[in-house]
Design a protein around this ligand. Structure first.
Ligand code: ADP
Ligand code: ASP
Ligand code: MG
Length: 401
């Protein structure tokens, strides 16, 4: 009998009525003869609300406690959904991450799945049960509950599919993967398929429709993913290996991220030791640095700008204060009103000139960029948040997205 993993996001399980509708869809699939594992997120904005509550107590709450708190959101969803299945006459079992055998490592709130002890899930499937697993969480080597980073239910679903060697279906509040977030550009085109590589790049650069680690796992284990609407039966998008039928546009999509903190440190006495001290300290505190730029030395001093995620701001502040005790002249300026906008496409590998086209478009439309970085299949620009919508419109029209 074939197995399938289906994941339902926060909106999909936002109310008990929505859960009833999902249950009917799942039962239809079950009647077709599939073994079914359902992975669910917390209901609606539950995770945001839990974080708000924690922040009302502390600016920097203990991350172990935060994991303990956030993991409760998914526990509510699995228990309710399982009750619904049982009430409809279908045998179901709810499992939190630890019970589903999801073992993690790494720091709290950003843990990674290291292994899944799949025995228990398999046993329930063999007994004909619908297995309902809490997304976004696992258990670490100390027996503590951990979470996988925001959007991590996608990762739970894909990792389970990889372990069970089956397809993964992601049901969400849009009808598939679009060239750009349809909430930012309503005329965005829905894609029939997208390669793992492009989806990974789009996700890691800000498209939250799929959590980037989940796509990484799918790519590694060659798990096909189908992304579609949880409430409409329209055709969605396949995320899969590139094949000859795929259209090779120079630009497939555009990602936008507002989760950018830009830090500029000026008056650093120029020495490689100082630069390495700054980034070494940030790395030791697990601050993920994205873009870096440095001015050439003037009068013995250099300025450095880097970007990080906004949630790392308290840690960045702490590190900067420590550094000021060692590099006395340095001055720090932070900018929170920054947007990172990235163009992504496999075709870029063979087609030069994309960066220059964007530079021209920005110049013609008076959009100033601050930093630029490139990878083999993407180019990212940081701009003022006030230019965000203009930049999205200009780029989507120019690249027919
Ligand atoms: P879920 O709760 O189902 O996991 P998310 O909110 O995490 O849903 O992800 C779905 C959202 O991702 C959409 O509502 C949409 O605004 C956003 N999104 C960002 N980029 C894209 C894109 N390229 N295609 C589709 N949706 C996108
Ligand atoms: N509930 C978690 C979040 O909001 C995980 C998820 O939805 O994927 O980030
Ligand atoms: Mg999500």
């Amino acid at each position: 009998m074939s197995t399938i993993v289906q994941k339902y996001g926060g909106t999909a399980v936002g109310t008990v009525e929505n859960m009833q509708r999902i249950a009917d869809e799942v039962i239809r699939k079950k009647q077709e003869g599939y073994n079914i594992v359902i992975v669910v997120s917390a209901m609606g904005k539950t995770t945001d609300n839990l974080i708000e509550m924690a922040k009302s107590i502390s600016n920097n709450p203990c991350k172990r406690d935060l994991d303990m708190l956030m993991a409760t959101g998914e526990q509510v969803s699995i228990s309710l959904l399982s009750m619904i299945f049982n009430e409809k006459g279908y045998d179901a079992i709810s499992l939190i991450g630890a019970q589903a055998g999801i073992r993690t490592e790494g720091i709290h709130t950003r843990s990674r799945i290291v292994e899944i002890d799949i025995g228990r899930v398999k046993r329930y499937l063999e007994e004909g049960k619908i297995v309902v697993v809490a997304g976004f969480q696992g258990i670490n080597e100390f027996g503590d509950i951990t979470t996988l980073g925001r959007g991590g239910s996608d990762t739970t679903a894909v990792a389970l599919a990889a372990k069970l060697q089956c397809t993964c279906e992601i049901y969400t509040d849009v009808e598939g993967i679009y060239s750009v977030d349809p909430r930012l550009f309503p005329e965005a085109k829905k894609l029939d398929y997208i390669s793992y590589e492009e989806m990974m790049e789009m996700s890691s650069l800000g498209a939250k429709v799929m959590e980037s680690r989940s796509v990484e796992i799918a790519c590694k284990y060659k798990i096909p993913i189908y992304v579609a609407s949880s409430h409409k039966r329209t055709k969605g998008t396949y995320i899969k290996e590139i094949d000859k039928d795929m259209e090779q546009k120079s630009i497939t999509g555009l990602s936008v991220s507002d989760n950018v903190l830009m830090v500029t440190i000026s008056r650093i006495p120029y020495s490689p030791e100082n630069i390495s001290k700054i980034f070494g300290k940030l790395a030791s505190q697990e601050v993920n640095i994205d873009m870096i730029s440095q001015t050439s030395p003037q009068g013995g001093y250099v300025n450095i700008s880097f970007t990080a995620n906004k949630e790392d701001e308290p840690t960045v502040n702490r590190v900067m204060e420590e550094l000021k005790n060692e590099i006395f002249t340095m001055e720090v300026k932070k900018d929170n009103n920054i947007t990172k906008i990235s163009v992504i496409g496999m075709g870029m590998r063979n087609e030069p000139g994309v960066a220059s086209k964007v530079f021209h478009l920005f110049a013609d439309n008076s959009i100033n960029f601050k930093q630029v970085t490139t990878s083999e299949i993407s180019i990212s620009y940081t701009i003022d948040a006030s230019d965000k919508q203009k930049a999205i419109n200009v780029l989507c029209k120019a690249f027919n997205l």
